[in-house]
Design a protein around this ligand. Structure first.
Ligand SMILES: [Zn+2]
Length: 128
């Protein structure tokens, strides 16, 4: 079975590695994928830990977890990445995240910005 993030690897060999090491991914795309998997698993601690401290929505954590549990996640589609590799300190990932909510399919389309600090990638928010 593929990982929640859609990679052709089992969860234990894919996003779980990052869920257990607090998000120490090599690339921004890996962090993005592991964050999607964390939404699927409603892992609020991971979503907060991998969200850059300058934009971390601590007060919304409960609501985010509740919402993540309330929808049925379908799949992640990574459309485009810029930079975000091991030698960069910033990058973007453009994606579609599909889910069922209230009986219909909905999609989050976002170009996300990521930054690397102390050798670790963090989600910053919407890209400019
Ligand atoms: Zn994965």
């Amino acid at each position: 079975m593929n990982c929640h993030c859609g990679n052709k690897k089992v969860y234990q060999e894919c996003c779980e590695i990052f869920h257990l090491n607090n998000g120490k991914t090599d690339t921004a795309e890996q962090l993005m994928r592991s964050r999607y998997s964390a939404f699927v698993l409603a892992n609020g601690d991971y979503l907060m830990a991998t969200h850059h401290k300058s934009t971390r929505p601590i007060k919304e954590k409960k609501a985010i977890v509740k919402w993540a549990k309330s929808v049925q996640w379908i799949r992640l589609e990574v459309l485009e990445t810029t930079k975000g590799s091991e030698n960069n300190t910033e990058g973007t990932v453009t994606f579609n995240a599909y889910f069922f909510e209230n009986g219909k399919v909905d999609v989050i389309h976002e170009k996300s910005a990521f930054v690397k600090e102390n050798e670790q990638w963090f989600y910053l928010g919407l890209s400019q």
